[in-house]
Each structure stands twice: as C-alpha cells, then as structure tokens.
Design a protein around this ligand. Structure first.
Ligand code: ZN
Length: 139
C-alpha cells in the first residue's frame, strides 16, 4: 500500500470565508500516483472546517448567515471561552457544526465525487496562517 501526505497552507484575509480547495487536493492526488484508495482532508485547527458541498456563492452566503444565527461572533462576552482572553468562542462552535474533515474515495486516479461535490475550507477565525492535511492511501 502506498501513502502520501501533504500540508496545504492557507492565509485567509477575512475572519470568515469559504474556499474551494479541490484543485490543491487533486494536485496532491496526482503527485501521490495513487489510483485506488481513500483521500482524507482535514483542517489542523479548531476554528476552521473542511467539508464537501456545492461551489455556489449564494449557498456560501447562506452557510455564513445560518452559522452567524447559530453562534453570532458579537458580543464576544456571551461566550465562556472568551473569558480566556480570546474572541473566537463562536469560531469553535461554527467549526463543530461544519466538521473537521472529509474523506473522498479515489477511483481510477480521480476523486470520486457525486454531482456538484467540491471540497471546501471553512475559515471562522482567519487573518492568520493555517494548515490543512491531505493524506492519501491506496494502490
Ligand atoms: Zn479559542
């Protein structure tokens, strides 16, 4: 069995954003040479997510509106977590809703997506560098 590991670095210039990282994951898959297997993609930060959905701008705005309704950023004093001096209590909750990782099957050297599926990095506490792990195993 072969194994390939790559770390993607992202520096999102907003507090929150939704970025299609499918091209970077496909590039990693190409470098791995793996034709049949599994591709894990996960954020390495507890205030960001990796998830699969549609690359449609209206939907991304809907996600953002919905997450802000569930866990508004302000007032920051509403979160016990922020008593530590941080201001990202909401980002931890948003990340938990959107998930830490995704796994995509690799078939004939390609990510085996359903219709419209793309891999996204969801940032909820940006303005700093963060990493995403891509781990591909198979033959
Ligand atoms: Zn925090």
């Amino acid at each position: 069995m072969k194994s390939y590991t790559e770390y993607l670095w992202l520096n999102v210039e907003k507090r929150r954003d939704y970025i299609n990282i499918t091209p970077q994951v496909e590039e990693a898959l190409g470098k791995s040479g793996i034709k049949e297997g599994l591709c894990l993609v996960n954020t390495m930060h507890i205030t960001a997510s990796v998830f699969i959905n549609d690359d449609e701008n209206g939907l991304h705005k809907d996600f953002d509106k919905w997450l802000e309704k569930l866990a508004p950023h302000a007032p920051v004093s509403q979160y016990n977590h922020n008593l530590t001096g941080e201001d990202n209590g909401d980002a931890h909750l948003k990340r938990s809703v959107m998930g830490r990782e995704t796994v995509v099957a690799v078939t004939k050297g390609k990510l085996d997506f359903g219709p419209w599926e793309q891999i996204f990095y969801g940032e909820f506490d940006g303005l700093r560098k963060k990493r995403v792990l891509v781990k591909i195993i198979g033959e």
